[in-house]
Write a protein that binds this ligand. Structure first.
Ligand SMILES: Cc1cc2nc3c(=O)[nH]c(=O)nc-3n(C[C@H](O)[C@H](O)[C@H](O)COP(=O)(O)O)c2cc1C
Length: 209
C-alpha cells in the first residue's frame, strides 16, 4: 500500500487478535522504519524495547489500566527516551559518525564540543522533554511502515510511566518510558475498525501564510 492509503486503512486498534503472529521479516521491516527515521542531530536519544516476555507484558497491561493491546498484540515496543544525555553518549555518537563518514579529528572534536554545550545548556527537565519528543517521530514511522504492509498498530500513552519504568528497570539505565507502540492484527471483534476516520478538513488544519 502507498503510505497515505495505509494511513487511511489503519486505525487505533483496541483489540488485537492474540492468535495472529508476525514474521521476523515483518517485524524487521517495521524496526528498520523505526531506525531510519531521523532524529535531531541524528542522536537517536532513545531505546526501543521489545517486550516479548508474557509475564512482563501482563504486568505492563496492569500498569496500562488493563489495556489488552499489551498482552494481545503480536509485538510490543516501549519507546524509552534517555533522561541524561551525557558526554560519554555524545562521544559514542560522534565516534560512530566519524567511523561511517570519516572526518578530520578537529571536525569530530568540534562536533563533540558543540553537542556537549548544546546539551549542557538544557535543564534536566528540558532535556527529558527534548528526548521524549524525538521518540514520537520514531513512533510515527512505526505506524506508517506497519500500515504500508497492512499490519495493524496501536499507539498508547495511557499508562503509568513510573510503574513501567520500575517494571522494566529503566531508571537504572538512564531511560524513561515515553510511549508504547503495539503491532499485530486486529480482532474481528474490535468495533473501532468500523468507525469512520475523524480528521479536520484540510483547510482547517493547514493555513497558508
Ligand atoms: C501518542 C498516542 C497515544 C495514544 N494513546 C492511546 C491509549 O493509551 N489508548 C488508546 O486506546 N488509544 C490511544 N491512542 C489512539 C488515539 O486515540 C487515536 O489514534 C485517535 O483517536 C485517532 O484515531 P485513529 O488512530 O483510529 O485514526 C493514542 C494515539 C497516539 C498517537
Amino acid at each position: 500500500m502507498k503510505i497515505v492509503d495505509g494511513l487511511k486503512w489503519r486505525y487505533a486498534v483496541k483489540k488485537f487478535d492474540p492468535t495472529k503472529k508476525l514474521t521476523t521479516e515483518q517485524i524487521n521491516y517495521v524496526k528498520e522504519a523505526i531506525n531510519f527515521i531521523p532524529s535531531s542531530y541524528g542522536l537517536q536519544p532513545y531505546k526501543v524495547l521489545e517486550i516479548t516476555d508474557p509475564q512482563i507484558r501482563a504486568k505492563l497491561k496492569e500498569a496500562a489500566y488493563g489495556q489488552t493491546q499489551l498482552t494481545d498484540a503480536a509485538h510490543v515496543f516501549v519507546f524509552a527516551s534517555f533522561t541524561d544525555y551525557n558526554p560519554a553518549k555524545v562521544e559514542e555518537f560522534v565516534n560512530l559518525t566519524a567511523q561511517i563518514n570519516p572526518m578530520p579529528k578537529e571536525n569530530s572534536d568540534g562536533f563533540k564540543n558543540y553537542l556537549n554545550s548544546m546539551i549542557a545548556g538544557m535543564s534536566n527537565e528540558q532535556l527529558a522533554i527534548w528526548t521524549a519528543k524525538q521518540v514520537y517521530i520514531a513512533l510515527g514511522s512505526m505506524i506508517a511502515a506497519a500500515s504500508e504492509i497492512e499490519i495493524d498498530s496501536a499507539a498508547m500513552e495511557g499508562f503509568d510511566k513510573a510503574k513501567f519504568d520500575e517494571i522494566l528497570g529503566l531508571k537504572e539505565k538512564g531511560l524513561a518510558s515515553a510511549v508504547i507502540g503495539a503491532i499485530g492484527y486486529r480482532s474481528p471483534e474490535d468495533q473501532n475498525q468500523f468507525l469512520k476516520k475523524v480528521r479536520k478538513p484540510m483547510d482547517q488544519l493547514f493555513e497558508t501564510i
